[in-house]
Design a binder for this molecule. Structure first.
Ligand code: NAG
Ligand code: NAG
Ligand code: NAG
Ligand code: NAG
Ligand code: NAG
Ligand code: NAG
Ligand code: NAG
Ligand code: NAG
Length: 243
């Protein structure tokens, strides 16, 4: 019975809720403040858990397409950054890769690499369609823009990302990346937002910009959003009961 709840309890619940509301913004992801020169907006973004990298994405279920902006700093200023989907495994072997680097004249370019094994890195077509590919370089940071075809009704894809320090500026062929722990852990699952358990389809108009709904990168942001919702519910409940 609501009326039997002690007033002090109600007050403290409200204060805890308010506190949670005030604290929540501190958990906000860095990616939510990143904007793009072309003013492109994405439905979701995630601070990836390793290599100070960020992914912005919009999944369009009607075309099974995934538009992304991958933001990362190369290991050295003349290095490379890469983002990949691995349709067959979780790590580098099998990764269908978009790699950004600077050409001889300093202009950023994107190379597609079919990495079928650790010893077979072949520039050329990927195993799925890729379009609207471009790259930007500013503030020592690359952004790779691309749209890729994903399997119909896929709930998620395996993503892999990497940064390296040197590249052949003519061919765009990368030199090996470091094998420090962050370089070996930079892969996870990217939830596409379709049939998500939170009931929020990708691309819908929600109050937060950053609900991911699963995967290690997005989970942190998602739970932050849920925390706010939960707190708002408590606040509303507290207010109703207090009246
Ligand atoms: C999704 O793709 C369809 C084509 O299949 C297109 O008509 C629609 O505009 C796209 N939606 C968005 C938000 O880009
Ligand atoms: C839908 O996907 C195809 C590739 O499969 C692509 O050529 C086309 O541009 C896409 N349409 C939209 C609206 O993105
Ligand atoms: C990628 O490379 C593997 C191994 O050489 C090959 O079997 C596969 O057909 C290639 N994929 C594409 C899309 O060319
Ligand atoms: C440039 O990058 C640094 C960190 O690498 C960041 O603190 C700063 O805000 C960035 N500046 C702009 C204009 O994005
Ligand atoms: C997502 O929902 C659609 C339509 O309800 C269904 O056809 C599809 O199998 C579902 N996909 C997954 C991964 O559950
Ligand atoms: C860089 O790539 C170009 C074109 O494939 C090749 O001719 C050149 O030998 C390569 N340079 C080095 C240092 O490997
Ligand atoms: C989001 O919702 C607001 C208010 O409900 C509306 O004005 C706006 O056009 C919506 N944006 C999109 C992208 O649907
Ligand atoms: C989402 O982010 C964009 C750009 O970062 C911003 O313009 C927009 O107001 C945000 N929408 C909401 C609902 O916060």
């Amino acid at each position: 019975m609501a009326s039997s709840l002690h007033p002090v309890l109600l007050v403290s619940v409200s204060w805890i809720s308010l506190l949670a509301l005030l604290i929540s913004p501190a958990q906000a992801a860095t990616c939510t403040s990143q904007t793009f020169k072309n003013n492109k907006l994405y439905a979701h973004c995630s601070d990836l858990p390793f290599l100070s990298s960020y992914l912005h994405w919009t999944y369009n279920a009607s075309n099974s397409s995934l538009s992304v902006a991958f933001v990362a700093k190369p290991a050295k200023s003349d290095g490379w950054v890469a983002w990949a989907i691995n349709p067959t495994a979780t790590k580098m072997a099998g990764a269908q890769t978009l790699l950004a680097y600077k050409t001889e004249n300093g202009a950023p370019a994107v190379n597609t690499l079919n990495i079928s094994s650790y010893s077979s890195i072949v520039p050329g077509k990927l195993s799925f369609d890729v379009w609207d590919v471009s790259a930007e370089f500013s503030n020592d940071t690359f952004t790779i823009f691309a749209t890729v075809k994903v399997p119909k009704d896929a709930a998620s894809v395996n993503q892999v990302w990497q940064v390296g320090s040197a590249v052949n500026k003519t061919s765009g062929f990368p030199e090996k990346h470091d094998v420090a722990p962050p370089n070996l852990k930079s892969f996870d699952t990217l939830p596409l937002g379709a049939n998500s358990t939170t009931g929020t389809p990708a691309g819908t108009n929600t109050t937060t910009n950053s609900t991911g709904g699963g995967g290690s990168g997005a989970l942190r942001i998602g739970s932050g959003g849920n925390m706010v919702l939960f707190s708002v519910s408590l606040l509303v409940l507290g207010a109703l009961i207090a009246l």
